[in-house]
Design a protein around this ligand. Sequence first.
Ligand code: 5GP
Length: 183
Amino acid sequence: MSKRGKLMVLSGPGGVGKSTIVSKLVDSPAFYFSVSATTRAPRLGEVDGKSYHFISDQAFDDLISKDLLLEWVEFAGARYGTMKAPVEEALSKGSNVVLEIEIQGARQVKASMPEAIMVFLKPPSFAELESRIVSRGADSPERIAARLDLARSEMAAASEFEYVLVNHRVEDVLDALLSLATS
Ligand code: 5GP
C-alpha cells in the first residue's frame, strides 16, 4: 500500500492570489486539487467540474444533510464546501491534496484533521489586495464592498496558521509549498 498523502490547506483573504498559486501547484504531479462545490454563479472562463462544482442551493443542502462535506461555509452571499470522499480517496492513494479555502473552512479542517499543513497566504500590502478585488470586476459593487470588509477581517487570522507566506512572487510561494509538502 502506498504511503498516505499529506493534506495542505492554503488559505488567506479572498483576492490574495490563492487560485493562481493552486492552478500552478497542481501542474506538479505531487498534488491533487480538491474541486469545491459552490452555490455561486460561474465567472467568465470558469469551468464546471474544474474550477468548482457549480450546484444549486438544494443540491448543497443535500450535501450537508448527507454529511458529505469535510467543511463548508457561507461566504460573500454564497456557500462553498469541500467534498470528503475525493479528498480521502486521494490521500489514501498517496497523493498530496491541496484545499484552497477561506479561513472559517480552514479552521474546520484543522479541527477534524489536525495533521493538515496549514498555510496562510498574505498579500504584500492591503492596498494591493484591495486593487485586486476591485479590478476583478466580476462582482456587483455591493459584493465588492462585502469582499473588502471580509478581507480586512480575514487578514487578522494569519497568526492562527503554522506557516505564513507573503505573495510577492508566485514562483517563490510555489517553491515554499512544494518543500513543505515534500519535507
Ligand atoms: P471565489 O468566489 O472568489 O472563487 O472564492 C471565495 C472564497 O471562497 C475564496 O477565499 C476561496 O478560497 C474560498 N473557497 C473556495 N472553495 C471553498 C471551499 O470549499 N470551502 C471554503 N471554506 N472556502 C472555499
